[in-house]
Design a protein around this ligand. Structure first.
Ligand code: SF4
Length: 298
């Protein structure tokens, strides 16, 4: 049952992190308009099961008036709200409070701040820590998202034939191009299921400004500017979807096999194989594998 809509308010971000799933960065295009957000809220009410909105990106605070008004609209319609940010704006306690107080007054259920070496290097007192502390003082439940860089786990007990990679990076998006090199690989046939997304009964989807309804980043249920979001959700048939179907039948290995995509000897993880396979299929399924910028293409 779909309960959460995650809005990629903009693909733009001040950072260009190595592990970013959606290739965000200062030059990335695509930002929601206020009227598009209104349309999303109308459709969310029609779906009937959605109770929570997350605002993320990119960096949602780059478009602060739009973020604030969107949160206001969400709360006025009774939705719970979460926000994900890198907190670049928290340059002092006073500034952090200036940006966060209006949001806190609307009632935020979850304020998640990216605070890791990908965003801030080894800087100890960074804006993320400051924003988290200020959010806590304002009564916003605040958490940090800390992604550790991949590393080879020496001596870890593991299933024979499977490489063990520590850290929290998942190899989709920019991580494939920046972090996969030199890591041990596992044979593709071992990746026989999708480890993270419930493609059969998604509880959440990500919405982007181009209208794509992402089941996983770059795997689109359809385009909500072409068909209403509520109709896309109602009519979603996982087995018949050209990407979800094979993934449900046998994971990324089946996706590659069913479409005859040539394989390498090994991949870092299931998402690495999935992402590379989907990239090879982009021109075949432009409606379902979109937008191209999430695959690092113009
Ligand atoms: S296997 Fe594919 S669909 Fe599943 S989480 Fe990884 S990238 Fe997403």
């Amino acid at each position: 049952m779909l309960t959460q809509l995650h809005v990629l308010l903009s693909y733009k971000c001040i950072f260009e992190c190595d592990h970013c799933f959606v290739f965000s960065g200062p030059n990335a295009e695509g930002t929601f308009t206020l009227s598009q957000m209104r349309q999303v809220f109308d459709e969310a009410e029609k779906i009937g099961t959605v109770d929570t909105f997350y605002f993320e990106g990119g960096e949602a605070f780059l478009f602060y008036p739009l973020l604030l008004e969107s949160v206001r609209m969400a709360r006025a319609r009774g939705f719970k709200v979460g926000i994900v940010t890198n907190a670049y704006f928290a340059t002092s306690d006073e500034n952090a409070e200036l940006w966060l107080r209006p949001l806190a007054e609307l009632g935020i259920a979850d304020f998640s701040v990216s605070d890791d070496a990908f965003h801030f290097g080894e800087e100890v007192q960074n804006t993320a820590k400051r924003a988290r502390a200020v959010a806590g003082r304002l009564g916003m439940p605040a958490a940090s998202i800390c992604i550790e860089a991949p590393r080879v786990e020496a001596g870890a007990a593991h299933e024979k034939g499977a490489a063990i990679i520590g850290g929290d990076v998942v190899f989709r998006g920019r991580a494939v191009e920046t972090l996969a090199e030199g890591l041990p690989r596992t044979a593709p046939e071992r990746f026989a299921e999708c480890p993270f997304e419930d493609l059969q009964n998604p509880e959440r989807v990500h919405l982007d400004p181009y209208g794509h309804v992402h089941l996983c980043q770059g795997v689109s249920m359809g385009n909500m500017w072409v068909a209403p979001l509520s109709a896309l959700v109602r009519d979603y048939d996982p087995a018949a979807h050209p990407i979800s179907g094979p993934l449900l039948r046998g994971g990324p290995a089946a996706l590659a096999r069913e479409y005859g995509v040539p394989l390498e000897a090994g991949y870092v993880d299931a998402c690495h194989l999935c992402y590379e396979t989907r990239r090879a299929l982009l021109d075949r399924f432009p409606q379902y594998l979109a937008p191209r910028q999430v695959y690092g293409l113009a």
